[in-house]
Design a protein. Structure first.
Length: 400
């Protein structure tokens, strides 16, 4: 293992306190001499202009930042034992998840929430999935992999690269790293329900683990006897939980062609009869128009759009278009029905999201009541000094 190159940089005075207080994201504008940095994966020792040491970081380009703080201790080496310590701590914090037989898929390591921004590690029934968010953190892959192997008993280890290195993903062909390959599909459990997932099939595995509490709530408290519309349904996870909770019918709508077989598969691995489940491949906005035309009304509408989506006719951006999306949903929700409004956009706060909801109802001269709110579950640990890390916002809205 090669020693990582280290360089010293000066923080601008205005940013010193921010980093002393534990802010984890390295901002380009905080550095007075960032032009000294010529490659990702460099270790950066950050000093005040008066040469007082503040923090150790690494350089890795991610959508908002320039890298992440790793340590406030000048003498700490960033090596396999550093990552081992971080992974062990993270695992101790997930002890309850490891013990829970009814859930076998969860996040073990959540980036800066567990002390190393730019990487996540998920657990799927004995298999581990590393996701690298920058070339900078990927430069530490040997150390991190050694650390993970020394901490866990694993059946197999996989990886996803969510960064683009000069237009080239590095060895994109195969996400499998070591151990034995997972069956396809691999069946994992979440609160007693089954998910069929694929660890080596493109960017996503087939389920978003951050919605587990929301799905459970739909199943346990809201679904019984209800007609449910699940928009941007992906592999139909919300529909499955609604059906398991006794929904009268579910309708899943997504533009992606593969959403149909993928959703059918999720119903099948839960022994749910497909007769009462409709799966539609269609642009969600076109479906809304169709539903209005046919005077369709649902008892529950789930809205979980990507932060940004583009189809032939529509571009959707959560921060600009969520009010419009809500208005579409309100019009096809029964009186006293529930809208589950969700967003994973980090660009606005739960408070702003609440304002979007108020605005949508106000423009339609309607009334509503917020039943409950959710943000990230406990396995998605968040750094208290980095509020934007808690990106998930879900609101259960009752249309009055």
């Amino acid at each position: 293992m090669t020693m990582k190159k280290e360089i010293s940089l000066n923080l601008k005075p205005d940013y010193i306190e921010k980093y002393e207080n534990g802010y984890p994201l390295l901002l380009k504008e905080a550095l007075s001499d960032f032009d000294k940095i010529n490659q990702e994966g460099l270790i950066l020792n950050l000093f005040t202009p008066k040469n007082k040491f503040i923090a150790k970081a690494y350089h890795g380009l991610q959508n908002k930042g320039f890298g992440w703080i790793l340590s406030l201790d000048k003498s700490e080496s960033i090596d396999a034992s550093f990552f081992t310590k971080k992974i062990k701590e993270a695992m101790q914090n997930r002890e309850d998840f490891y013990q829970d037989k009814s859930t076998t898929a969860f996040r073990v390591f959540n980036g800066e929430g567990d002390g190393v921004g730019g990487i996540t590690i998920d657990y799927f029934a004995g298999y581990y999935m590393l996701t690298w968010y920058s070339l900078g953190i990927y430069e530490f892959r040997e150390e991190i992999l050694d650390a993970l192997k020394s901490c866990v008993d694993y059946k197999g280890i996989y990886q996803k690269k969510r960064f683009d290195s000069k237009g080239m993903y590095l060895d994109e062909a195969d996400d499998f790293i070591t151990g034995k390959r997972a069956p396809e599909p691999l069946i994992v459990k979440e609160n007693g329900a089954n998910f069929a997932i694929y660890l080596d099939d493109g960017a996503m595995v087939g389920v978003f683990l951050d919605q587990k509490n929301v799905r459970k709530t739909i199943r346990d408290n809201y679904a019984k006897g209800k007609t449910v519309l699940n928009t941007f349904s992906y592999t139909g996870a919300f529909s499955v939980f609604a059906a398991l909770g006794g929904a009268k019918s579910t309708t899943s709508v997504d533009l992606a062609k593969r959403s149909l077989p993928k959703t059918a598969e999720q119903f099948e691995v839960n022994q749910i009869n497909l007769d009462a489940q409709e799966i539609i491949v269609e642009d969600v906005f076109n479906y809304f128009k169709y539903a209005v035309r046919k005077k369709l009304l649902f008892d529950m509408v789930v809205l979980d759009p990507p932060s940004f989506a583009r189809s032939k006719k529509h571009t959707f951006s959560a921060s600009k278009d969520y009010v419009k999306l809500l208005k579409e949903a309100i019009q096809i929700t029964n009186k006293n029905g529930i809208i589950v409004a969700s967003t994973n956009s980090a660009n606005f706060s739960m408070m702003s999201f609440g304002d979007f909801i108020s605005q949508a109802f106000r423009e339609l001269k309607g009334k509503f009541k917020v039943e409950e709110r959710f943000s990230l579950p406990d396995d998605f640990r968040v750094n208290s000094k980095f509020k934007e890390g808690n990106y998930l916002k879900v609101v259960f809205i009752r249309k009055l």
